[in-house]
Design a protein. Structure first.
Lengths: 326, 329
């Protein structure tokens, strides 16, 4: 597997969650098709935004990449190594280079550990430093994310949402990762605090050359932080291209509808905008529609969309879309 | 247009273990018939508490409305008995809440819940109230309305549940609809559906709306006038177009420039507001935004600014003119 500048290459990733019936004699009666045949790659130092509505499989994709969920099939190449094949010790070694920042800063920090213990745990687990050295490193990290190192002995409940998210960022950075999966890191925060955390993430990226997979449902923020953006719908990627190309020239009907649904904070512009209002709701991932998964809500759907699954192909240079009609 | 609602110097406290939280500290506003007022602010700024206070929906204790008036059609809602306000709630003033799952009764069919306000407030018989309920469901875009009357809330999806909630709020033809972040829990495509629906119903039924939100985008397409709140106070009141083209309070300015925009070209660094919102353990005696404000002057730290006129129908509670950075004369 050659990497040519790609830090992460995902090929045909599939994750199905089985639906079981019975207590002792269990039998699989179906599956939630959370992620179905997803392929993309991320270059070193790049931020790839992954957007979609709730339940589209964007978080599952992030977790399957980190092997927090073992994929049903497919490959995840990280620096040329297929993580799906790794187990135990070998996997743990690679995990040092891949970290995650979680959505809910209230649930993702252990309430019984001090901030210093939380941030330093990775150093201990991966045996990177000990004793005073580790303490100094934790202090430096806290300072880096804009917290007073004197807070190291406090517990998470003593901090506000934005400060907790900073602790989560410090924890992720402690082990010098290459890739950070940010799973909706700002959606639980207030508007004025969101900008603080986003600026911090951008600064750290510049300083440490980090690569981000930025998962979010907020299209404005994804546009702000990403270089390339992938749009997911019901377990598949429907469109993937450069940030400005996606927002100026969206090709997939779902992307078009999604973008037009985002309100713009400016009354003059907002009142003139034409909206594509989608009818209906996202179908169940237990029994996704045949052919194109978006066809049940697509204003342009034709017969071919029911019969054939659209291929995810390059329709313009560096612009990929899965639609029969483009 | 006549005033439908006139709120004066409303103050609400909450007694907690840490002390008394001054959630709302003298809020005044008015609403004309047929007008849509947006109330914008971050969590804890008192936007919901303001509205819930005047409708007796604050859990008491610990909450208490300690001062103020809310004149609705000439009557003061604050001094009204709970019994009396029940005749108004659901009939003339209705509310849609943020979380449609927890605002329905899970063990009653939605048909029963839709017909309940009609039976209580309008005293009409079952057959015609059932007809009205079905018509209302059709109006908010629920397919097979007749059959779905027998379904329970959990059988609806989030967006559909919010539609049913709107149907329930509007079934008695209220004059005032209060929407407390009704789309926050929904996806953007569903949010767009709900907003379109509310706009259509507003034009058809001619009601007034108070729309509470933290999203400055939603309010742009919906409100006529916007009230920005911070620290339990109104910091700016402004016609919606001017909110974006000519914001006058430093908080509003900072908030707008910290937002990324979906129609933005290129990359700029987001302006962030340093620090944290205030904990309201004391009633503010100086500007609550001063510790985070980039225009702060000495007077801000000692004296609470009142709402000063800064333009046509436009007021801001700030001593400083942000255009010059000097004190307003």
């Amino acid at each position: 597997m050659t990497t040519n500048g790609d830090l992460l290459v995902i090929q045909n990733l599939v994750k199905h969650f089985p639906i079981m019936r019975g207590v002792i004699f269990q039998k699989q009666i179906g599956a939630v098709h959370a992620v179905d045949d997803v392929s993309f790659s991320i270059k070193k130092g790049e931020t790839l935004g992954l957007v979609g509505e709730s339940g589209c499989g964007k978080s599952t994709t992030g977790r399957a990449i980190l092997q927090l969920y073992r994929p049903t099939s497919g490959h995840v190449y990280f620096q040329g190594v297929d993580l799906v094949q790794l187990k135990g010790k070998e996997l743990r070694k690679v995990r040092r280079s891949m970290q995650m920042i979680f959505q809910d800063p209230y649930a993702s920090l252990n309430p019984r550990m001090t901030v210093g213990e939380i941030v330093g745990e990775g150093l201990f687990v991966h045996q990177l430093s000990q004793g005073q050295e580790s303490q100094d490193k934790v202090d430096a990290l806290l300072e880096k994310v804009g917290l007073d190192p004197a807070y190291a002995n406090r517990y998470p409940h003593e901090f506000s949402g934005g400060q907790r998210q900073r602790i989560g960022v410090a924890r992720a950075l402690a082990v010098n990762p290459l890739l950070v999966v940010c799973d909706e890191p700002i959606s639980a925060l207030d508007v004025s605090i969101q900008a603080q955390v986003i600026n911090l993430l951008e600064d750290l990226q510049g300083e440490f050359g980090l690569t981000y997979l930025f998962i979010a449902h907020d299209l404005s923020m994804v546009r702000h932080i990403s270089q390339r953006v992938a749009v997911m719908y019901l377990g598949t990627i429907v469109e993937l291209t450069n940030r400005d190309e996606l927002y100026l020239n969206p090709l997939h009907p779902y992307t078009q509808a999604l973008l037009s649904a985002v309100p713009v904070p400016d009354a003059r512009i907002e009142r003139k905008r034409q909206r594509i209002i989608l009818t209906g709701e996202v179908p169940s991932p237990v029994k996704p529609p045949s052919g194109c998964r978006f066809r049940t809500r697509c204003p342009l759907a034709k017969q071919i969309c029911t019969d054939q699954k659209p291929e995810f192909r390059e329709v313009a240079p560096d612009h990929f879309a899965a639609c029969h009609l483009v | 247009m006549p005033e439908l609602l006139q709120v004066k110097d409303l103050e609400t406290n909450f007694r907690t273990n840490e002390g008394i939280i001054h959630a709302v500290n003298g809020v005044s506003f008015h609403l004309k018939a047929g007008e849509t007022l947006g109330i914008v602010g971050e969590s804890g700024c008192g936007k919901s508490v303001t509205v819930m206070s005047m409708l007796h929906l604050i859990p008491s204790p610990p909450g208490k409305v300690v001062a103020g008036q809310a004149l609705y059609a000439g009557q003061d809602l604050i001094t009204m008995k709970d019994q009396e306000i029940r005749h108004i709630l659901g009939a003339q003033i209705s509310i849609i809440f943020q979380d449609p799952m927890t605002s329905f009764n899970p063990v009653l069919t939605i048909g029963k819940q839709l017909m309940e306000p009609l039976e209580i407030h309008q005293n009409i018989d079952k057959t015609s109230s059932k007809e009205r309920a079905i018509r209302m469901l059709e109006m908010v875009g629920i397919p097979n309305a007749g059959e779905r009357m027998g379904d329970y809330p959990h059988q609806f999806s989030g967006g559909m549940r919010q539609r049913v909630m709107i149907a329930m709020a509007l079934i008695c033809n209220p004059q005032l609809l209060i929407a407390d972040e009704p789309t926050t829990a929904l996806d953007v495509t569903i949010q767009a559906q709900i907003i379109e629906l509310v706009k259509r119903l507003r034009d058809e039924l001619g009601m007034s709306i108070i729309w509470i939100t933290h999203d400055l985008g939603i309010i742009a397409g919906l409100a006529d006038r916007v009230m920005v709140m911070y620290g339990g106070l109104v910091v700016e009141e402004v016609p919606v177009v001017e909110l974006y083209s000519n914001p006058q309070h430093p908080y509003t300015i900072a908030l707008l420039s910290s937002l990324p925009r979906v129609d933005e070209l290129g990359h700029r660094r987001l302006a962030s507001i340093d620090g944290l919102p205030p904990v309201l353990l004391e009633k503010p005696s100086s500007c609550p935004f001063a510790p985070r404000c980039q225009f702060v002057i000495e007077r801000c730290l000692s004296e609470l600014p009142p709402l000063l006129p800064v333009g046509l129908d436009h007021t801001a509670a700030c001593w400083v003119d942000p255009a010059t950075g000097k004190e307003r004369s």
